[in-house]
Design a protein around this ligand. Structure first.
Ligand code: ADP
Length: 448
């Protein structure tokens, strides 16, 4: 029996940049096998080498050490079977949509009639029918990116490499384009054999791909490889979906403590309920942004109150919250940003909310609150009832404060809403209960 080699294989790929004393290792000994039929996401903090890996795969740069094999043959120079789609696709402003797609085929010497037919077909498939003669300036960002996809697919690449392809688009356009890409891919309408996508957006990765590769930095390397076997279409609020999102975030945060020790238990359950630190989300963001600017992403806690103009107790609450949520670690008087904390600091408003939501959903108090809301008639609960339950664990005044913090965090994360006037907590339509921590065990395998 003859074994077919994988579509793509990276063998101990290392990339160093700079020379002499300034030389540093951006990516170290990366081993990666990509098979036909796979849609794979590469995630990790900025600077972990995701773009470097993409450039190496497409042959835009040779690795300093190691080998890239394409269908079993060592790659030398540009990979003719791979095409890259960037965050913002550079269209030629003086060419129409049709001409912009045809350009790639012209460069390959395809006869005019044939390339016109193929370009028209692709424009139709990405949903731009009727815009063939439009110029890029007449199109929205989402439509321009569709032209980019059509152009990338015109050359029928076996391997489609995507570098943050949806991140420059507004939410609705991004979601629509994701849906269209998935449709083209899952229905086999494009001859693409595999897709490798770099993204910062974990939910995007979990909604699209079959496999997520998590990288960490210093040096850039693969730290986890997760297979996602959920059928499409995937619903972002389903338990299993949230469980995988949580798992990826937890891998990025590098959590090591068992959760029941770290997080405490829900009110009324055996064990101690951990008090939520009284931290305002905007101040927490300020702390993380401050750390993101520090050398080695680290600060001396002793000096931090002065640097951030905060009182000591206020700072301690912030630090405790940052650690509880996996954004920082503390050792020997220093506070250090985790890759997850760095991702949060660099993210926009919506991604921050998503990150925050996935982190607080892990806390027993929020799981308990969400379960309570789900079980309740009309999915609403009086705040006074929650407070009585919290008084099983805390003195009355502290219980009130805990309720207040939970409401502020939960509202920010959009886990639930709160009507101040009547003192009622309620679920927005469509919210579902996440699974309990013990039940989370997606199929994760160690990197090879
Ligand atoms: P990511 O895409 O995960 O943000 P990159 O692959 O862009 O990571 O970069 C990995 C590391 O290599 C970063 O520290 C970055 O500053 C560095 N780097 C990337 N390209 C170059 C280059 N051409 N010269 C020097 N350093 C580089």
């Amino acid at each position: 029996m003859v074994l077919t080699p994988p579509l793509l294989e990276l063998r101990r790929v290392t990339q160093t940049y700079g020379v002499g004393q300034r030389q540093f290792t951006a990516v170290k000994e990366v081993n990666l096998v990509l098979d036909e039929g796979q849609f794979v996401a590469l995630v990790g903090p900025s600077g972990c080498g995701k773009s470097t890996v993409l450039r190496i795969v497409t042959g835009l740069q040779p690795p300093s050490q190691g080998q890239v094999l394409y269908r079993g043959t060592v790659l030398r120079g540009i990979n003719p079977h791979a095409t890259m789609v960037f965050q913002t696709f550079a269209l030629f402003p003086w060419l129409t949509v049709l001409e912009n797609v045809e350009v790639a085929l012209k460069a390959r010497g395809m006869p005019a009639a044939l390339r016109r037919a193929r370009a028209l077909d692709l424009i139709d498939r990405v949903g731009l029918d009727g815009f063939e003669t439009a110029f890029p300036r007449e199109l929205s960002g989402g439509m321009r990116q569709k032209v980019g996809f059509a152009r990338a697919m015109a050359v029928e690449p076996e391997l489609l490499c995507l570098d943050e392809p949806f991140s420059a688009l507004d939410i609705l356009s991004a979601e629509a384009l994701r849906g269209e890409l998935l449709e083209l891919w899952t229905t086999g309408q494009i001859p693409t054999r595999a897709i490798l996508m770099v993204t910062h957006n974990i939910e995007e990765a979990v909604s699209l791909v079959d496999r997520i590769i998590v990288m960490d930095k210093d040096p850039g390397r693969i730290v986890a490889d997760l297979t996602i076997d959920l059928p499409h279409p995937r619903r972002r609020k389903e338990g299993k979906f949230l469980e995988i999102v949580d798992w990826v975030y937890a891998t990025l945060a590098g959590h090591t403590q068992p959760e029941h020790i770290e997080f405490g238990t829900a009110p009324g359950e055996p064990g101690r309920t951990r008090a939520l630190p009284d931290a305002a989300v905007n101040e927490l963001a300020g702390l993380l942004e401050h750390l993101a600017q520090m050398p080695r992403l680290q600060a001396d806690i002793y000096h931090l109150a002065g640097e951030l103009h905060l009182g000591t107790s206020q700072l301690l609450h912030l630090i405790e919250a940052a650690e509880l949520l996996g954004f920082t670690t503390i050792a020997q008087g220093d506070i250090t940003l985790t890759p997850l904390g760095e991702t949060f600091a660099e993210a926009g408003i919506l991604t921050r909310k998503e990150i925050f939501a996935t982190r607080i959903r892990r806390l027993p108090v929020f799981q308990w609150l969400l379960a309570l809301l789900h079980a309740a008639e009309r999915r609403q609960v009086e705040a006074a009832v929650v407070q009585i339950a919290l008084e099983l664990e805390f003195p009355a005044e502290e219980a009130k404060r805990q309720l207040d913090i939970a409401v502020r965090w939960g509202r920010y994360a959009e886990l639930f809403a709160y009507d101040d006037k009547v003192g009622i907590l309620y679920l927005e339509p469509g919210e579902t209960v996440p699974l309990e921590p013990e039940k989370r065990a997606p199929s994760a395998t160690a990197p090879s």
